[in-house]
Structures are given as C-alpha cells and as structure tokens.
Ligand binder design. Structure first.
Ligand code: MTE
Length: 334
C-alpha cells in the first residue's frame, strides 16, 4: 500500500483472502445456477453470461478483518499489515438484478439471496434483496480490463459494493432466492462483532468510513527535514468521501486535505496535503468524513462503543509517529 499511487490496485497486487486456497476453475465447465423463490430455475454458462448487457464500475473491496489485529493495541509495523486487506479495482459484469429478473424472482417473498462459491470452504453468504434491487450488486468476470485472476475468483465472483469482502463470493456457482437469512457459519460464527457486554452482533456488513496515510507510514524513513507530500486513501461503504482532515500533531490541529479526482461512491479516494517537517517528533493522522456525515472515529471513541475484543470492522483513525531520526512507526492515540 505504501508503494501505490492513485486509487486503482494493480491486479497482481490485489490482496488475497481464501478460506480454502484458490481454485483453478475451467471456465468452459463453470456454471451459475439460480434457484429458490424464482419462477424458473436456471443454469448459465460463462458464454451465456458474457452475452448479457454489462457494466464496469470502480469499487473498493475490504476484508471485514482489515485492521483487526489493532483492536487491543498496536500490533503490526507497517500500513501493509495494518490496512493491506483493501484493494480498489474496476470490475466488469452483469447486474444480479438482470439475471434474477430473467428467472422471475419473487421480490415480494424473496427478500434475501444466498451466494455460494465453488471452492472447498462452503463459502455461503446471505445478501439482503434491497442491495440487489438497487442495481449495485453484480456478478463480475472482469477486473481492471482483463478477466478476473484465479486468486480473485476466476471466472466469476460477486461484487457487493460497500459490503465487507467475505460477501464478494469468489468462484460463484449458485444464487438462491429465499425469505430469510440463512445464518451460515460465515455469518453466525465468523464475521460477527463481540460487543463489550459479551453479546455478538451479526450481519454488520457495511464497511464504515475509513482512511489511512500511506506515506509517510510505519517502517518508512524521512531522509531530512523539509517538504513532504502526505498522501493516503479514504473510503466508505456508504457512499462518497466528502472530506479528509490531516493532523501532524496527534489530533490537536487539523487541516483539510485535497481530494484527488475521481471521487467515486464506494471506491477509494486519494488525498494529498503538503507538510514541512521541522525535524521534531510528530504524529500523523487522517480523519475521513463520508456523504452520510459519518466521521471516522478515534480509538477512544470506537472502543467506548465496541470494546477491544472484536476482530472485524475497525475503522479507527490510524496514527504514525515520526521521531527525530526520521523513523516512522505505528502508535495509537485515544
Ligand atoms: N469466496 C469464496 N468462494 N471463498 C473464500 O474463501 N473469501 C472471502 C471473499 N470471497 C472467499 C470468498 C473473503 S473473507 C474476502 S475478504 C474476499 O473474498 C477476498 O477477495 P480477494 O481474495 O479477491 O481479495
């Protein structure tokens, strides 16, 4: 992440998360089955799908567990470790709504779909029908102008903008329409939030507004005092980023950063701001705001609500400490 420019993650650098390794699927044998509360069950080949009207859209995908190591305390040294399960790509495919319309989905009773992958992990996730009706969810075969790579779900994956990565089912082979959530293992036991009162919260799948300074960041070295371009990424699962503020004194003073175009809904937005380092200790932070008004919380604010024992959905403000030698390291500011 510290080596990337702009907003697009080159396909070869896209993060990978597999519950049972990646699979080499023969596209000529791959099928997508639609069943459940539909008038006609259907099976699509890749050729069938690639004849349908397609869309190309830029979105981020973030694993719900991104930054999960940092809930209790500082745990990892660099931005790649703390925030690296985030990528942003242009995906190409067919809106799931179009496919469900073709099969005569019962939108009255069928308020949920189940997405199932063809790997060995039984990766099955419930997606609320509102998201599909919005037209935003699509079955993708393309990423950054080429076919998906095997590790990212070739030949077919679900794209669920704004929602945590686990719902973007790879090697997608079946969509079932149903009338209630399935409570599969990856939504009843994993990908749940342990709250301070000891209860688990389920189905919190939207990735809230978040940002991180990628340069200067942990493990990097400032060679000399003087001018630096502070650069980073901001994103929100609820829409567009409207503002990013940057502090160089641990959150006492903030300055508004420049948002670089394009600023797209549910995509990474690049921000930049100039900084003259006087050679003294400094703490760099960024704080994003999205179009719903959600302000990225400090660790103190987030822990008050969520406690410290979660794994998923940590969107707290990241702090990087700069010392006189120019070394940059990971710290937490409440
Ligand atoms: N789909 C299947 N079939 N199997 C998986 O293991 N992992 C999920 C999701 N889709 C997974 C899957 C998780 S946890 C994440 S974060 C994203 O895929 C990661 O997508 P990527 O490997 O393309 O970055």
């Amino acid at each position: 992440m510290q080596g990337l420019f702009g907003i697009i993650t080159p396909s070869g650098l896209h993060f990978e998360r597999h519950h049972q390794g990646w699979h080499d699927v023969d596209p000529s044998k791959h099928r997508l089955m639609i069943n459940g509360l539909v008038r006609t069950n259907a099976v699509f080949t890749m050729d069938d799908l690639m004849r349908l009207p397609s869309v190309s859209r830029i979105h981020f995908i973030e694993c719900g567990a991104n930054t999960g190591m940092e809930w209790g305390n500082v745990a990892v040294p660099t931005v790649q470790y703390s925030h690296g399960m985030l990528s942003c790509s242009e995906f190409t495919g067919v809106p799931l709504k179009e496919i469900l319309d073709m099969c005569g989905a019962d939108y009255g009773k069928g308020r949920y779909v189940l997405a199932e992958g063809a790997d060995g992990s039984s990766m099955t996730r419930t997606i609320p029908m509102e998201l599909i009706e919005s037209g935003e969810v699509f079955v993708a075969y393309g990423m950054n102008g080429e076919m998906l790579r095997p590790e990212n779900g070739y030949p077919l994956r679900l794209v669920v903008p704004g929602v945590q990565g686990v719902s973007w089912v790879k090697w997608l082979r079946r969509i079932e329409v149903g009338d209630k959530p399935w409570a599969t293992k990856d939504e009843a036991v994993h990908y749940i939030d342990l709250m301070p009162d000891g209860l688990h919260r389920q189905y919190t799948s939207v990735q809230e507004c978040k940002s991180v300074i990628t340069t200067p960041s942990g493990g990097q070295l400032l060679l000399d005092k003087g001018f630096y371009n502070i650069s980073g990424m901001a994103w929100s699962g609820r829409g567009r980023i409207t503002r990013v503020d940057v502090s160089t004194d641990g959150g006492i003073n903030w300055r508004e950063a420049r948002l670089e175009t394009p600023v797209l809904s549910k995509a990474v937005t690049r921000f930049n701001i100039g900084w003259v380092w006087d050679g003294k200790p400094a703490i760099l932070q960024s704080r994003a705001v999205d179009e719903t008004g959600h302000v990225q919380p400090s660790y103190g604010q987030l822990r008050k609500v969520r406690g410290t024992r979660s794994i998923y959905h940590n969107n707290a403000i990241q702090s990087w400490k700069v010392v006189e030698s120019g070394e940059v390291s990971n710290v937490q500011v409440l």
